[in-house]
Design a protein around this ligand. Structure first.
Ligand SMILES: [Zn+2]
Length: 216
């Protein structure tokens, strides 16, 4: 698979990602999706981090406006409603299953392009609750933004639901993150990658770090 030039992270992309997240970004293989202005929305992340830890959340949502909007959906019970629908809507369940398989295939390809090879520890495990539940909408939205419409039905739905706060046809970057101070260089938190982790693990990780709006 060839890698379109627009996917390759530039040094400026990496700086923007670090500002968006408030910490130095690492293990970014590609830019999974961009704002109409060109800024990154999604950091396509290696399935094995530089420290050797397997990392299932390939499409990590980074844009603060989108992450905040998706957090609003989560707070409004959208995940519970979607998970319930998956148990009764067989067509939706089938499409979500295909999204899961697509995610795994895409992650394998990213791993190959990143040169990390197969990651046996997360073999068959996607992210966000796929294929039968919805446990992290940030994961599904990141997937939909990277894969384009028609791949992840619930990610597509969530993107529609955040339209009061963000839509793909407009730039929402102005003022969305600090551009005045230095680019974050020091990782002040011991655990920083959170999207798609089970709640218990999240709690454990939260205990050892500063607060971060995204997962609240
Ligand atoms: Zn923008």
């Amino acid at each position: 698979m060839t890698k379109p030039a627009s996917l390759l992270p530039t040094p400026e992309d990496l700086q923007v990602l670090s500002r968006q997240l408030g910490r130095p970004v690492r293990d970014v293989v590609e830019i999974g999706a961009r704002c109409v202005c060109g800024n990154p929305l999604v950091a396509t992340t290696s399935p094995r981090l530089g420290n050797g830890i397997p990392f299932p959340t390939t499409y990590y949502l980074t844009h603060p406006i989108i992450t905040a909007a998706v957090s609003r959906l989560e707070a409004n019970g959208v995940m519970v409603e979607m998970s319930q629908r998956l148990t009764i809507d067989h067509d939706l369940a089938a499409r979500y299953q295909r999204a899961h398989e697509s995610y795994l295939a895409a992650r394998r390809a990213v791993g190959e392009r990143a040169g990390v090879g197969p990651v046996a520890e997360i073999d068959g495990v996607s992210a966000g609750g796929m294929p039968t539940r919805v446990k992290c909408l940030h994961v599904l939205v990141g997937h939909s933004l990277a894969a384009g419409p028609g791949v992840n039905p619930l990610g597509d739905e969530a993107i529609g639901l955040i339209s009061p706060w963000w839509s793909a046809d407009r730039c929402y970057c102005d003022g969305a993150w600090d551009v005045a101070g230095p680019v974050p260089a020091a990782d002040l938190s011991r655990h920083t990658k959170t999207q798609g982790l089970p709640p218990a693990e999240l709690e454990r990780k939260r205990a050892g770090r500063r607060p971060q709006a995204q997962e609240d």
